[in-house]
Design a protein around this ligand. Structure first.
Ligand code: PEP
Ligand code: MG
Length: 325
């Protein structure tokens, strides 16, 4: 199998009817970078910047952050990299950062909330990213956004830091694209306003599942209770893909569900053309995709999710369809 996946590395990631499906990597540390070449990934769809902070024993300085981001861009060698700003809090704890204990950390003071309330931290990080991106294309993504004003606030920080960089005569990135994670359900009801304000979006299906179904992703007792291949979740994902397409904004999915071959086929069927995943999943997902027909998948998935007859999961139907080919 490993040999077979390696052989697929140079093969374009497209379905038999010619739909290109970009496969990207989820990464977060220097050790992840060799996987780019090993897997033949299109780029890094999610660079989790909090990992550098989590493995450190004290808050990484701007210079250290900048050095890491530059190394990542060097390794990517022109392939796109989406840097996600600090997603700390929740299940991601920095031992050196004092915080009040929270009763529900997943719903607590985390990610962009913390970034906007303590802007020095976010500003420093954005500065490091802009500096590292000098002369190159830079993509910055904000996690756990729940309302439009948070996007405006975060964009404002990027705008100001960019102006500061230019004022100081440092080389600016050749382009700066700003995006948000769609992982808090409140965004589902303001998708058009969100899409107007960003250059791209990325669905965080891990958190979106957790918050939509109210199941703690870290609690094994409940985390498997609801199937992502359920009508409710597939309709949610289809809606996001449709709205993004209508707005002309690229959408990626970077949660765990995109990393499983059957789920990846279902995602293509509801309109996704870009999936970001752990390195080991690229081979198996690509092997499934290159045997699939995107138009057939769409023709199958659209009516399936529209009339689901109250089923809790459509896995059996999707499995049967995939097995027929
Ligand atoms: C997600 O929530 O799906 C995601 C990709 O981000 P993380 O797993 O880091 O929360
Ligand atoms: Mg998340």
């Amino acid at each position: 199998k490993q040999e077979q996946y390696r052989a697929l590395r140079e093969r374009p990631s497209a379905t038999i009817d010619g739909a290109e499906v970009k496969l990207l990597l989820n990464a977060g540390l220097l050790v992840d970078l060799p996987h780019l070449a090993e897997t033949g990934a299109h780029g890094i769809g999610l660079f989790r910047t909090e990992l550098q902070f989590m493995v450190a024993s004290s808050m990484p300085k701007t210079a250290a952050q900048q050095q890491l981001y530059r190394a990542v861009l060097d390794a990517a060698d022109g392939r796109p990299v989406t840097f996600r700003t600090l997603d700390v809090g929740g299940d991601k704890i920095l031992p050196y950062m004092h915080r009040e204990p929270e009763e529900n950390p997943a719903l607590g003071w985390r990610a962009i909330r913390l970034g906007l309330d303590r802007p020095a931290l976010l500003r420093t990080q954005v500065r490091a990213l802009l500096n590292a991106g000098g002369g190159r294309d830079l993509r910055i993504m904000f996690p756990m956004v729940a309302c439009v004003s948070e996007i405006d606030g975060a964009r404002d920080i990027v705008r100001r830091e960019l102006a500061r960089l230019v004022k100081h005569g440092h080389p600016a990135p050749s382009s700066v694209e700003v995006g948000v994670m769609i992982e808090v359900p409140s965004l589902l009801f303001q998708l058009d306003e969100v899409l107007e304000r960003v250059d791209f979006v990325s669905v965080g299906s891990n958190d979106l599942m957790q918050f939509l179904f109210a199941v703690d992703r870290g609690n094994a007792r409940v985390s498997g209770r609801f199937d992502p291949l359920s009508p409710a979740f597939l309709r949610t994902l289809a809606r996001i893909a449709d709205r993004a397409k209508a707005a002309g904004k690229p959408v990626t999915l970077c949660g765990e569900i995109g990393a499983r071959p059957l789920e990846a086929l279902a995602l293509v069927g509801v309109g996704y053309r870009s999936l970001s995943m752990s390195p080991a999943s690229i081979g198996p997902v690509k092997a499934a995709l290159i045997e699939a027909d995107a138009a057939e998948l769409a023709a199958f998935m659209t009516p399936l999710i529209a009339r689901a007859d109250g089923k809790a999961s459509l896995r059996a139907e999707i499995e049967a369809f995939a097995a027929k080919r």
